[in-house]
Design a protein around this ligand. Sequence first.
Ligand code: ARG
Length: 544
Amino acid sequence: MVRLSMGCGGALYTPTLVLTAAHCVNGTGNNTSITITQGAVDLQDPNRTTRQSNYVLQAPGYNGTGKDWALIRMSQPITGVPLLQVATDLSLNSGTFTVAGWGAASEGGSQQRYLLKADVPFINDATCKASGGSYSGLVDAEEICAGFPNGGVDTCQGDSGGPMFRRDATNTWRQVGITSWGEGCARPGKPGVYTEVGHFAADICTAANTIGGCQTPPGGMSVSNPGNQTSTVGTAITPVTHTASGGTAPYTFSATGLPAGVQINASTGQITGTPTTAGTSNVTVTATDSSSPAKTASTSYSWTVNSAPIPGCSATNGTDFAINDNATVSSPITISGCAGNAGTGSTVEVHIVHTYIGDLLVELVAPDGTVYTLHNRAGGSADNINQTYTVNLSGEVANGTWNLRVNDNASADTGRIDTWTLNLGGGTPPTCAPGTNGTDVNIPDNATVNSTIAIASCSGNASTASKVEVHIVHTYIGDLVVTLVAPDGSTYVLHNRAGGSADNINQTYTVNLSSEARNGTWTLRVQDAATADTGRIDSWTLTL
Ligand code: ARG
């Protein structure tokens, strides 16, 4: 049992998650404003335990009717105390329940310093609905009622979010309800209404898995959830760890949906590696224990791999721009050193501070005015946008001024563009047509000659597996040194006097040119290093 600083109750669902009522919180998102008090009947007990929230997850789809549940994540766990097991089916929706809280002890009364509890009997949906007024709108599947026909014992204002619980067949305390609403308090014929936890147990578990992990059923097993991951192509990840509990060690781990380039260690559950491809995937990690029959548990989270920034093709605007009520504001980024078009996997990393992101339309406006919608009034009352969007911008010339345009479409809440980063080089690089020089260049005896190819409209660097297709006519290729010279003067030797008296070179060489900018003038340099035989560069083709 915990007290929440906004004036509600809650119960420890896991060491880091508190289960409370949706109507006690303001939506989903980062939230450091809630203080959780635990481990004391007296809220002023000097030995009480307190924690601070860092995230709130309100029941998806909550709109004020039914679905009155939410999870609050604490920045530090509360360990060494029992958790209240939730009911996972409807079998305990009968009998007598215990309710508890620091809310008012009578209708209109003040909040309590000392925790109170009471026992109240189950009331079936039909009877509850017949109580008139708001009760006729009872959501049968999602709400459960409790109270005495003549009233007198009830939860009241400030008890919301707290648990209603009873023992199960194995004498384990189980949470069957979350204090939600009632007409007045303890009035005759006006029962207390509670969120039906057994109905929502699977949804609560799914939600909990996205912010730290689901409750471990007694005798069951669970695997920890590291939260959503973000990493960058080409940069080794910080190892992501998973721990299994509740089963028989050792555990075997497996994963689906991992980004290319990273892998899970089957015995430690640790994911390591270096992502090779940009994109977002849904990762599910499963642990299997050593008992027979084996138990398993899974956890899921999303993993976004951003493309590596290409110098000249990436920039940030960290200047704050106020988002005024019902107004539009733009934050510009000018790109000037990025030849050709943007990539198919370009990324837009957006950080907006706002108190109601359901107000916001967020768009990327390309230099030519093309609009790409990033966020269109989703998220309801959740705070802040901190997200990386992957956008196919291959139809856009990279250089020019890009804008992040934010439109606040509803009255009341406001905020600011905090910072945003545009990375135009991601994903499949824009097609970079091969270059060919088919003009013959004679190779006189003991001479060095050049043939050039100018590449002008390919952004970024060349590939690790660039191809140089060479056709040289010569009567003694053991005479020849053939070198590719990059625009910056770096040299790559393709052929160095091998082949003895053989005629002609007709060969495609694969070269790692990833440290070379594509654009510029590339040279095929051929040196005839021995007297007698001669020939010509017939043609060559460069695919970067
Ligand atoms: N909605 C109230 C709160 O926020 C709880 C009301 C419970 N009322 C009742 N009669 N059981 O604290």
